[in-house]
Design a protein around this ligand. Sequence first.
Ligand SMILES: Nc1ncnc2c1ncn2[C@@H]1O[C@H](COP(=O)(O)OP(=O)(O)OP(=O)(O)O)[C@@H](O)[C@H]1O
Length: 184
Amino acid sequence: MIGSGGFGNVFRYEWKECELTVALKCFKVDTYTDEKIIKDFINELKLLRGVTYHPNVILFYGVTKDSNGYYNMVLQYADNGTLREYLMTNFTKLEWTDKLSIAKEIAHGLLFLHKNNIVHRDLHSKNILIHQKQPKITDFGLSKQINEITSNSNAHGMPAYVEPQCLVNDKYKRNMKSDVYSLV
Ligand SMILES: Nc1ncnc2c1ncn2[C@@H]1O[C@H](COP(=O)(O)OP(=O)(O)OP(=O)(O)O)[C@@H](O)[C@H]1O
């Protein structure tokens, strides 16, 4: 096990047939969650396959159901934790050019998602992972469904990164501009 989040635990696995190290993110949704919401969620996830080939976006291989009946997202494994942890450990060691380069790469990853019509909706330093010193955006396009499943309010996420409109207007739909706010 490598971590845990709002939805469930994250595990590291070796996918032997493909000789790949992957991360499996388990979605432990409540059993009373409407089956249709879960199905829509899984279908939405499947749409993300194939559009995620960018060096600054975590690769999404697909969805699998485990022996307990839980859905798992199969993701590229990142070897150096979240950007938040990475900066906490390395901030003084990093040169300004390194920090600017990290920022530029995240912007490239976000631009790629937007070009593919994917709104992240929950961009913050824990949703960016570091792999071989490169930042990679993860958890994109999920928060709309996560809201429905966990009935979190529109104000979920890390407040400092949330577009203020979301905090004052419950009906406001997060969009690409909200992502740009979070990035800046
Ligand atoms: N692809 C991955 N490769 C390596 N580690 C990962 C990967 N995905 C997640 N992790 C680790 O697992 C932890 C939990 O991830 P997860 O995305 O479930 O939680 P979160 O983003 O902190 O919370 P939430 O899902 O509620 O937004 C992360 O902080 C990270 O350390």
